[in-house]
Design a protein around this ligand. Structure first.
Ligand SMILES: [Fe+2]
Length: 193
């Protein structure tokens, strides 16, 4: 059975980006709700013995009642790890990989931002590592996730309205803009292979 991971920072630590109220709801209600639903759905089934990735892989496309809370549990836990209370510079090793795949760091930022603003409805924006080790950007809708696919997630941004509506109301663009100052680039870089 799964449990809600603690936030890797104080819920008040990113208040210039997201308020404590947002984290209290987003982590304490939404993420907690996905964990509770997942546990209820897998209790007394063979899935209860599986890892989260195996559950996501095995239920994708055939059992949405389990896939949705499982993928959302992964996505949210991953998203918290991608956030930092302090503005970090991008480590050189990641800068090189970004420049190799997107021509420049600025071009990566532009494409990621454009992809975020182009997403219709709820979903997630991802920086991923492709099987050939190049980096790519993709958006997924609803709970869909690159986990348990050939693309390895390195960074994500939650673009469900519950991620920003308390602090930004309908201004998704400003939420995306402020995200850039609160990314845990050291965590992202640690995932490169
Ligand atoms: Fe969310």
């Amino acid at each position: 059975m799964f449990s809600l991971p603690s936030l890797p920072f104080d819920s008040n630590a990113l208040k210039e980006f997201l308020s404590k109220e947002t984290f209290d709801y987003h982590h304490g209600k939404h993420h907690a709700g996905y964990v509770a639903t997942l546990n209820a759905m897998i209790e007394n089934t063979p899935w209860a013995e599986k890892t989260l990735e195996k559950i996501i892989e095995g239920t994708r496309g055939n059992t949405p009642s389990i896939f949705h809370p499982a993928a959302q549990h992964f996505n949210h836990a991953f998203f918290w790890n991608c956030l930092s209370s302090e503005t970090q510079s991008i480590p050189e090793s990641l800068q090189k990989r970004l420049s190799a795949s997107f021509k420049s760091e600025n071009e990566f930022t532009r494409i990621f931002t454009d992809t975020a603003l182009a997403l219709f409805g709820s979903g997630w924006i991802w920086l991923v590592q492709n099987p050939d080790t190049t980096l790519g950007i993709l958006s997924t809708t609803n709970a869909e996730t690159p986990v348990a696919t050939s693309q390895k997630p390195l960074l994500t941004l939650d673009l469900w309205e519950h991620a920003y509506y308390i602090d930004y109301r309908n201004d998704r663009a400003r939420f995306v803009e402020n995200f850039w100052n609160h990314i845990n680039w050291n965590y992202v870089t640690s995932l490169l292979s």
